[in-house]
Every structure is written in structure tokens, then in C-alpha cells.
Design a protein around this ligand. Structure first.
Ligand code: KG4
Ligand code: ZN
Length: 336
């Protein structure tokens, strides 16, 4: 079973080829970060237009890299949501047009399912069931994963997602969009505990998150002060430590409550080194095994969509009629 994966939900255009027996054969990606940077965030119309330009060359490169021809491909999987509706429609139109021309099935994939299956792209992948911490630009969720398509949300952010909080705080610190990785680099030079920000919602039971207060705390810390490098780095460090502590503590509680022995971390913030180190330590402390995708598969990519498509095909998924794109789509809703 060999599947092409197409990702175009936001500001990355990506195409990959995944083979059920040989694994990942190719993955190609074009980031639109430079395109959107001047505007301080993603401009949806520009994103859609750029996806149109990039998809075909990326497909050609991916097929060449995979040494695959049309005959060897069994299905075409594409991200159907959640995401920017125009961007999703470009990927869906492209994937479905290709599928029609080649006489192959087109499979609509949930973007977050792609993220949480991404650790299965690595050697020594986790087996089902597991607990997943999904931390991306748009979502922060703890998910009980019983098996493929069997997802139960245990907790989620009530306001900003972790990645969104990183990006907004990065902006306050004068860093370019998307600021998560840049903030993490700045935090490296900051002093631990020079600023002690709140650990939101740790004082009450439950597995939900709230991150919007943290950017306000960072704003208050910066207000009226000279924005010198030392202060910026200390605030970045304080902010990152607060997010990491909060995520780690909620994971500890979720492991305890669910009884899972495996923790899978996925989504763009999963590339954060301090979070990775902290969750590895949590694994040592609790006896749970912690799995991460490599950092480039934490952020948006086509490999995770191709993999999800392949697993879905192997499980007997059938193509859905219509373009099937959804800007808003809960993971626990009829993913099939
Ligand atoms: O999963 P993703 O690529 O896109 C969504 O589906 O949302 O996640 C992007 C998010 C952005 O908010 C970005 O700032 C954040 O992941 N991010 C990071 C790091 N790398 C990416 N946040 C913290 N530390 C990083 N190293
Ligand atoms: Zn994503």
C-alpha cells in the first residue's frame, strides 16, 4: 500500500509518499514563513495562492525522490481540516483532481490525526493505546488514543493554544512570526526563575489548559521597562518555563488518571527542546515511555498525512464524496 500525502492547511505546502512496507519514501515541503513575515501572521488569501503554485513542483520532486510512478500509487490522502478554508480547498482540489485523473481513491485526513500519528514515522514507534499531548499553533489537547480513529479528548485549552501563546509572546518580545522557535532560542540566554510567571490552572483539578493569561503576564513584565536583551531573554525564559511546567504537570495527571504507560507528544510546540527534556524526565519519574516525532515532523508536514492515509486505507477506509473540507473539525467527531 503506497499513499501520497498532501498538506496545505496553513502556511506549509507539503507532499510525501509513504509505503506500508518500506515506510517513508519521500517528503517535500515549502514553508511560506518568508511570505507572511512582513504581515506578522498568516494572510489566508496569500497562503491559498502560494499553495496553488507550489503543489505540482513538490509532487514531482516527491515522486522522483520516492522513485514512484502513478502505477505504484494506491491512494491520495489530503488534509481536509481543520485549517484555513481556502488553503484546504487548494489541497483538496489538487488531491481530488489527481485522484480522478489517475483513477485512485482520494482520502480526507484530519490534520490533528496526522500530528498525533507522526511519532509512528520513527524507528521504534509507539503501539496503541497511548496518551497523546497535542501542542500546535491552533490546539492544545490531551487525548486518549485507544486505536486508529478512536480518540477521546481528556482536556484542552479553554483559550489560546500553547503555540499561539508562544507566537503572541514572541511578538511582544519583538520577534518575527512565527515566534515559537525564536522565543525558545532567546530563552536559552535567559536566567531561570528571574521571572516567575503563573502556572495556569494547576491549582484546580481537571486536564484543561489556559494560556492567554501568560502573554498578559509577559506584557506586564515588559511594560515601562527598557527592552534590553537581558530582560527580553529573562522574560522569554520565564514564559517558556511556565508553559513547559504546566504541560508537564497536566501530562503527569493525565497519565495517572488514564493509566496509560505511553505518552506521545506531537504538534509544532513538540519541537521545543525544553519541553522534550522535561517530558523525558517525566517519563523517567513515572515509568511511562515518551515518544516524539523528529522536530521537522512536529511541525506541519506531508509525511504524517501520507502515513495517516496509509493506515486508514489498510483499515478499510473508503473515499468520501464531495470536497469534504472543514475549517473547524473536532478530532473526536466522526473522523472516519
Ligand atoms: O503544528 P504546527 O506546525 O501548526 C499547526 O497545526 O498549528 O505548529 C506551529 C506552532 C507555532 O505556534 C510555532 O510557533 C510553534 O508551533 N513552534 C514552537 C517551536 N517550533 C514551532 N514553539 C515552541 N518552541 C519551538 N521550538
Ligand atoms: Zn499542524
Amino acid at each position: 500500500m503506497r499513499v501520497i500525502g498532501i498538506e496545505s492547511s496553513c502556511d506549509e505546502t507539503a507532499v510525501a509518499v509513504y509505503d506500508g512496507e518500506s515506510g517513508l519514501l519521500a517528503h517535500q515541503l515549502h514553508s511560506q514563513v518568508a511570505l507572511h513575515q512582513a504581515y506578522g501572521g498568516v494572510v489566508p488569501e496569500l497562503a491559498s495562492r502560494d499553495h496553488i503554485v507550489r503543489l505540482l513542483p513538490l509532487l514531482r520532486c516527491a515522486l522522483a525522490e520516492a522513485r514512484s510512478t502513478r502505477e505504484s500509487i494506491d491512494a491520495i490522502a489530503y488534509t481536509a481540516g481543520p485549517g484555513l478554508i481556502g488553503a484546504l480547498l487548494v489541497g483538496s482540489g489538487f488531491a481530488r483532481g489527481l485522484a480522478y485523473a489517475w483513477g485512485k481513491p482520494a482520502l480526507a485526513i484530519h490534520h490533528l490525526e496526522g500530528h498525533l500519528l507522526a511519532p509512528l514515522l520513527e524507528a521504534d514507534p509507539p503501539a496503541f493505546p497511548f496518551l497523546a499531548l497535542l501542542v500546535s499553533g491552533g490546539h492544545t489537547q490531551l487525548i486518549d488514543v485507544a486505536g486508529l480513529g478512536r480518540y477521546r479528548i481528556l482536556g484542552e485549552s479553554l483559550d489560546d493554544a500553547a503555540g499561539e501563546a508562544f507566537d503572541k509572546t514572541a511578538k511582544l518580545l519583538g520577534l518575527d512570526y512565527p515566534g515559537g522557535a525564536a522565543l525558545a532560542r532567546l530563552a536559552e540566554r535567559g536566567r531561570s526563575n528571574a521571572w516567575r510567571f503563573p502556572r495556569p490552572m494547576l491549582d484546580r483539578p481537571g486536564l484543561d489548559f489556559s494560556f492567554s493569561g501568560l502573554k498578559t503576564a509577559a506584557l506586564v513584565a515588559l511594560r515601562g521597562r527598557d527592552l534590553d536583551d537581558g530582560l527580553r531573554a529573562d522574560v522569554a525564559r520565564g514564559f517558556e518555563e511556565a508553559v513547559v511546567d504546566t504541560l508537564a504537570e497536566k501530562c503527569r495527571r493525565a497519565l495517572r488518571a488514564s493509566g496509560h504507560r505511553r505518552l506521545v507528544v506531537a504538534g509544532g510546540v513538540g519541537a521545543n527542546q525544553r519541553l522534550r527534556a522535561r517530558l523525558r524526565r517525566l517519563g523517567d519519574e513515572t515509568g511511562a515511555r515518551v515518544y516524539f516525532p523528529r522536530p521537522e515532523f512536529c511541525t506541519d508536514n506531508g509525511a504524517m498525512i501520507a502515513l495517516a492515509g496509509c493506515l486508514r486505507m489498510q483499515a478499510g477506509a473508503r473515499p468520501a464524496p464531495g470536497p469534504g473540507v472543514r475549517a473547524v473539525w473536532e478530532l473526536a467527531d466522526d473522523v472516519t
